[in-house]
Write a protein that binds this ligand. Structure first.
Ligand SMILES: C[S@@+](CC[C@H](N)C(=O)[O-])C[C@H]1O[C@@H](n2cnc3c(N)ncnc32)[C@H](O)[C@@H]1O
Length: 271
């Protein structure tokens, strides 16, 4: 792996980002679930809905509101533990993800617990659904941090939501961009300008992008939500829970004691 840029990083567009991330998540699906599957509820009968590495659960916070009987789109569902949990509560979820191997973990989980959720392999910037198909949409770190055009994701979700529908998505807190991905003391020193929208890109030895993450400031995210015609209701910044010791990459009790790791944007399509 190299981070040597073979091209102008400003040219890392939707096509390059989607291709790199599809490949990356396909290759990483097994390792990701070995590390995080238990925490996320991959093998839990009836799934689980964990919003973020801080362990916030939909069962406790109810950010989606009433879910029983509702049609729900999960964007970047991975192995779909959240969708399986929603189905177990009486909702009608559909999971969408770009990675076939991440979805394959979801299919294995459904075979094991006899739950059934439709899973679609597609990119979040072009949702393959008719206008006003869903009552709710959600995403727990799926797709939004990885796409070049997150404004387009917002407008696509707004398009497929019914009037009055909610769109709730969790992403890395924008202020995290400034710090190195280190759970220890080195992760407390600012190293990248908050206002730099240059994406983080890894390349292989041939200069092909193999992993891409895109940064948006808090203000960028608010403007993207509003320009999609949605109303921003809240930005939830989960605090690190007392006594919670589980690290997840850059998420750690140390960093969590100083600044937020996750931002959950809650919005509504006007009725
Ligand atoms: C950090 S994982 C989160 C998965 C799941 N929500 C969870 O909590 O385990 C990010 C997911 O986003 C998916 N993803 C990345 N880029 C995407 C895109 N452009 N469209 C749809 N899904 C994408 C990846 O394949 C991966 O499954």
């Amino acid at each position: 792996m190299s981070t040597r840029p073979p091209q102008n990083l400003g040219d890392v567009d939707s096509v390059i980002s989607e291709r790199a991330n599809r490949h990356w998540w396909d290759l990483d699906a097994d390792a990701y679930h070995r590390s995080h599957g238990e925490f996320l509820g991959e093998a839990t009968a009836g799934g689980d809905f964990v919003w973020c590495p801080e362990g916030l659960r939909e069962a406790d916070v109810g950010l989606l509101g009433d879910i029983v009987g509702r049609t729900i789109l999960e964007v970047g569902c991975g192995s779909a533990p959240c969708s399986r949990w929603l189905a177990a509560q009486g909702a009608h979820p559909v999971g969408l993800d770009i990675s076939r191997e991440m979805l394959a973990h979801g299919i294995s989980a459904m075979v094991a617990d006899a739950s059934r959720v439709p899973l679609i392999q597609a990119g979040a910037e072009h949702l393959p659904f008719a206008d006003e198909s869903f009552d709710l949409a959600c995403s727990a770190f799926g797709a939004v941090p990885f796409v070049a055009d997150s404004e387009r994701v917002m407008s696509e979700v707004a398009r497929v939501l019914k009037p009055g529908g909610r769109w709730v998505f969790a992403v890395n807190h924008p202020m995290r961009w400034m710090f190195p991905d280190d759970p220890g003391p080195a992760g407390l020193t600012v190293s990248i300008p908050y206002f730099s929208r240059t994406p983080y890109v890894e390349f292989d030895e041939d200069g092909v992008a193999t992993y891409v993450e895109h940064h948006r400031t808090i203000g960028d995210r608010v403007r993207e939500i509003r320009s999609a015609g949605l109303i921003l209701d809240d930005i939830v910044e989960p605090e690190w829970p007392d006594g919670f010791e589980r690290e997840w990459g850059q998420w750690s009790p140390l960093r969590g004691s100083y600044f937020p790791g996750t931002a959950i944007f809650c919005s509504t399509k006007p009725g």
